[in-house]
Write a protein that binds this ligand. Structure first.
Ligand SMILES: C[S@@+](CC[C@H](N)C(=O)[O-])C[C@H]1O[C@@H](n2cnc3c(N)ncnc32)[C@H](O)[C@@H]1O
Length: 323
């Protein structure tokens, strides 16, 4: 290696909060080694963590070192160089996060698509989800990423949900520990939470904000409550579902005519169908075209779709109305 910089040093500077030095070291390393997956990954990681202004500046400087003019051309260069690299996940994910924060929505989805593989043939089974949250429930509410996700979700939700927001019958599907309840409670005449995980539900119960909590599969629980809800929300639940159709069918069943559905779902490119992340927690992701087609099939009309970060990944935030 001819550069004095190393990935460990760049990381150490970032961990010490010396962000400008870390960025300068990463960019100098890219200038010396433009084909290095590790150095480019470090720089995109820093761009994803930076403020919007700094993030834009880091991407621009990366463009300069790669002799391209735009982030789109930078992405194409990365695709040529790294699309087949087994450890490409972090490069494309962090680039997609930075692009999502800068509202380069289409490009963020394109970058994200490089970190996906065709989905496994089967749904994640319920007892695996229960086991996952048996282990993680007690730390769930301590994660800044979880709070940031629900804040982004409920902020968009508040912007989107139409009509007077009071006296609603609301279902919080996959409610987890109940982080959405503070937003939903003032809107609700009746607030129902549903979740597979007993320890997560116990935490939701402790909020004292739900009228009813249902332990079990949200799809089965919604299907068993016809024409009851004005609003169904689901934050961070549908990425466990390979097939979104039963979820949409059940949401349609439990919503009153005209009722609204709002959920976050990880993206894939149109034409890809259902995919799975190749790293992280291996979540299901699907194209906007697929979700739109399924929603129409299940009697929903689209009100809005916004790409916003959720659980540290770009996610479509869908808003539909039951016809
Ligand atoms: C990432 S947490 C999100 C919790 C909460 N909505 C939030 O945003 O803070 C995912 C939750 O989905 C629940 N879950 C996953 N699949 C489910 C299903 N089919 N039915 C009910 N709950 C489910 C898990 O038990 C877990 O509590």
């Amino acid at each position: 290696m001819t550069t004095p910089h190393s990935v460990a040093m760049i990381r150490r500077l970032a961990e010490q909060g010396r962000m400008a030095e870390s960025v300068n070291a990463a960019l100098a390393a890219i200038a010396a080694h433009p084909q290095s997956l590790e150095f480019n990954t470090q720089a995109t990681y820093l761009a994803a963590r930076a403020t919007a202004v700094s993030s834009q500046s880091i991407l621009q400087q990366m463009c300069v070192h790669h002799f391209v003019a735009t982030p789109e051309q930078l992405l194409r260069k990365f695709e040529t160089a790294f699309a087949a690299a087994p450890d490409r996940y972090e490069l494309f994910i962090t680039l997609s996060i930075a692009l999502c924060r800068l509202e380069w929505t289409d490009l963020a989805i394109q970058a994200f698509a490089n970190a996906l593989n065709p989905a496994r043939p089967q749904d994640v089974v319920a007892n695996a989800i229960v086991r996952e949250y048996d282990h993680s429930a007690q730390h769930y509410d301590q994660s800044p990423a979880h709070h940031a996700s629900i804040k982004a979700f409920t902020t968009l939700l508040a912007e989107c949900v139409e009509g007077p927001r009071r006296d609603l019958a609301v279902i919080d599907a996959a409610c987890g520990s109940g982080l959405a309840a503070a937003t939903l409670r003032p809107w609700s005449q009746r607030l129902t939470g549903m979740d597979l995980s007993p320890p997560m539900l116990a935490m939701a119960d402790q909020t004292g904000l739900y009228d009813r909590l249902v332990e079990g599969d949200m799809v089965a629980a919604m299907a068993a409550a016809p024409d009851q809800a004005d609003l169904v929300v689901c934050a961070g639940g549908t990425y466990y579902l390979r097939d979104l159709a039963p979820f949409l069918a059940a949401a349609r069943t439990c919503l009153k005519p005209g009722g609204q559905l709002f959920f976050a779902d990880f993206p894939a490119l149109d034409g890809m169908g259902v995919m799975e992340t190749i790293g992280g927690t291996f979540r299901y992701c699907r194209s906007a075209a697929l979700t739109r087609a399924l929603a129409v099939e299940h009697g929903f009309s689209e009100l809005n779709c916004v790409l916003e970060l959720s659980f540290n990944l770009p996610a479509f935030h869908w808003h539909f109305r039951r016809q």
